[in-house]
Design a protein around this ligand. Structure first.
Ligand code: GLA
Length: 382
């Protein structure tokens, strides 16, 4: 795939690129809708990527061609405005954020290609942002500092694209560690790599449905959490203990109580899950993942009929330790923690169960914990 971005560059511009960058998508093992509440998350960068092949140009122009969309986007570094194709806005957003932070950028031409499915909850947009940021940093002589670059890309998404997302996706795409998930404290951005329990594999279960109105529903959930934090008089729901919640929370009523209960219990589950991973306890981890799904379904109300069905199909299998939706929800993907030696039986069985229940064919594949955004040799095969 990376080579295909290089080939695509050569075909389009008649010369070799100067640099090839790659950034991963992610699954989130647990800790959903907690990052914008200053809480804990446990994502893992996966072996699905966005590649950008590029060459610096003397002028102030950025010209990018998306091999996936068969579409070009171009703008001047000093003069650009909103509007244009979806993916191109992420490129502009990254430029906007670099410039806001006071960095000097140089122009380039390039091609982008990815195999992170779009809108599936696997963070294709964060992967695109980080791959583009790596190209800009490389060509403009900006030192690559993963946490700073993740913050910059989050700003691009919050303020240019308009999704009030948290830091999780950008941070794991920037700072992922091969062979590990990352426990992230989103308040101080400290990171701890933790491995999957020995003998287990995470399988992505793509329901084939894509998010519907995710942007507005996502921003609405975030506002509800902020209102719940104000009720408790704290900066974020991270600061409310379960005891305080049970003692005083009832006064909140409405959806606020349910939203807060999800976030508060999910933070505790995430810390427990990291413990289970440190101990190599697949059963405990799986149980926590399944509890997380129920909480997202019933309290946070961001699951869907298809996600619930695929989780149910996965949970019916003896080789599955636990399963849950992953990412923002409202469609997209679930993940299952499966005994590695039984993945080949798991996938066809869950696929036929899902097809029978929902009538859509499931795309299911194991994923490999991968490293964060990187520069690759242009000529290398990957
Ligand atoms: C999206 C956002 C993340 C996070 C998840 C939900 O992926 O980009 O910041 O809030 O949803 O956990």
């Amino acid at each position: 795939m990376g080579c295909r971005a290089v080939d695509g560059f050569e075909a389009r511009y008649g010369e070799m690129p100067e640099v090839l960058a790659r950034a991963p998508g992610r699954v989130n093992i647990i800790g959903e809708h907690t990052d914008y509440n200053d809480g804990f998350v446990l994502p893992m960068a996966i072996d699905r990527f966005v590649w950008v092949a590029a060459r610096g140009t003397p002028g102030r122009r950025v010209s990018v061609y998306s091999m996936n969309f068969g579409e070009a986007a171009g703008f001047d570094l000093d003069r650009f405005s909103r509007g244009g194709s979806g993916w191109g806005e992420y490129v502009k957003g990254v430029v906007w954020a670099f410039r806001e932070a006071g960095y000097d950028l140089v122009g380039w031409k390039g091609v982008v290609r990815g195999n992170v499915p779009v809108g599936a909850g696997l963070s294709s947009s964060a992967a695109l942002e980080l791959a583009v940021a790596r190209i800009f940093a490389y060509l403009s002589g900006i030192p690559w500092e993963p946490v700073e670059m993740a913050k910059l890309c989050q700003r691009a998404e919050n303020q240019w694209v308009g999704t009030r997302c948290g830091i999780m996706d950008q941070l794991v795409s920037a700072a992922g560690v091969a062979g590990h998930a990352l426990l992230i404290d989103t308040r101080d951005l400290s990171l701890e790599p933790v491995p999957l329990p020995p003998g287990t594999t995470l399988v992505v279960l793509d329901t084939g449905t894509r998010r519907n109105l995710a942007g507005s529903a996502y921003n609405e959930r975030r506002s509800q959490c902020e209102a719940a934090a104000r009720f408790f008089g704290v900066p974020a729901l991270r600061d409310v203990t379960l005891g305080e919640f049970l003692a005083k929370g009832a006064g909140m009523g409405g959806p606020f109580w349910q939203r807060a209960r999800h976030v508060i219990t999910e933070n505790a589950r995430t810390l427990d899950a990291a413990d289970a991973m440190r101990r190599g306890d697949a059963k405990a981890l799986g149980r926590l993942m399944s509890e997380s799904h129920r909480s997202l379904r019933d309290d946070f109300e961001v699951s869907s009929r298809e996600l619930d069905a695929v989780v149910e199909c996965a949970m019916a299998r003896p080789e599955c330790y636990g399963a849950r939706m992953t990412g923002a929800g409202f469609g997209g993907c679930a993940i299952a923690l499966v005994r590695s030696d039984s993945v080949d039986e798991f996938i066809p069985s869950v696929s036929s169960c899902y097809a029978e229940m929902i009538g859509i064919s499931l795309k299911a594949y194991p994923c490999v914990p991968s490293g964060g955004a990187t520069i690759l040799p242009v000529a290398g095969k990957i």
